[in-house]
Ligand binder design. Sequence first.
Ligand SMILES: Cc1cc2nc3c(=O)[nH]c(=O)nc-3n(C[C@H](O)[C@H](O)[C@H](O)COP(=O)(O)OP(=O)(O)OC[C@H]3O[C@@H](n4cnc5c(N)ncnc54)[C@H](O)[C@@H]3O)c2cc1C
Length: 200
Amino acid sequence: MIAVGRTVNLEVLVDLKLEDIVGKSIVFIGDAKSVNGMAYVAEKEGVDAVNFLIKEVSCEFCIHTNSLICSSRTMEISQCFSKNIAIPYIVFSDPEIAVVGLTEKSAAEKGIKVKIAKYLYRQMGRSHCDGEIAGEVKMLVSAGSDKVIGVQLFGACATEIIQIASILMHTGMNYQEWIEMIWPHPVYCEIFKEALKNLK
Ligand SMILES: Cc1cc2nc3c(=O)[nH]c(=O)nc-3n(C[C@H](O)[C@H](O)[C@H](O)COP(=O)(O)OP(=O)(O)OC[C@H]3O[C@@H](n4cnc5c(N)ncnc54)[C@H](O)[C@@H]3O)c2cc1C
């Protein structure tokens, strides 16, 4: 399999005439602004964009044309990725892959110091019940705030359970609060709690 991904084609901007866009706003949504374009991200951004345009509700991915013209158009747009880090990305492979938030590398690039938590599927009861012992989770906790800022997961039901991590990240709970919640057993999503108990 060759999986080369997709990139944004900004050629259309080259043809824009300044007099047509000065003083107006251009709103980018979906694949036009994202390197990891997904339909569910585009859908949310579409709703936000309409609210921005008709209700003037603030919209993080709106680029006002004045700033667009000032400097490199491509650079301005590439900086306009969503600030919402709790966007899950999923791969329907076998085993399944799912990620949300920052990776160790992207956290380092942002200057965020992290603590790492890991746990294996083979350490969980449910994995053995189902014969699905291949898999692992890696979780990143901000050393400053103690909040979970990234989760990378592969294994059974990864594409389903990632949303649990996504929701908890969205609440802004710190990692101790994740652990203190009561989790059912034996289930795959226990992997988040068990990993955080092993935080290094
Ligand atoms: C093979 C594949 C599998 C995918 N699987 C998933 C998945 O499982 N889950 C998921 O969430 N996402 C998936 N995606 C990604 C998802 O399809 C995109 O992220 C989503 O469609 C982006 O929506 P959009 O509105 O930004 O762009 P699009 O859906 O591409 O819409 C852009 C529209 O603009 C039109 N257009 C282009 N140029 C012009 C022009 N000059 N004038 C007028 N119209 C124009 C196009 O014809 C198109 O209809 C997949 C993508 C691919 C390629």
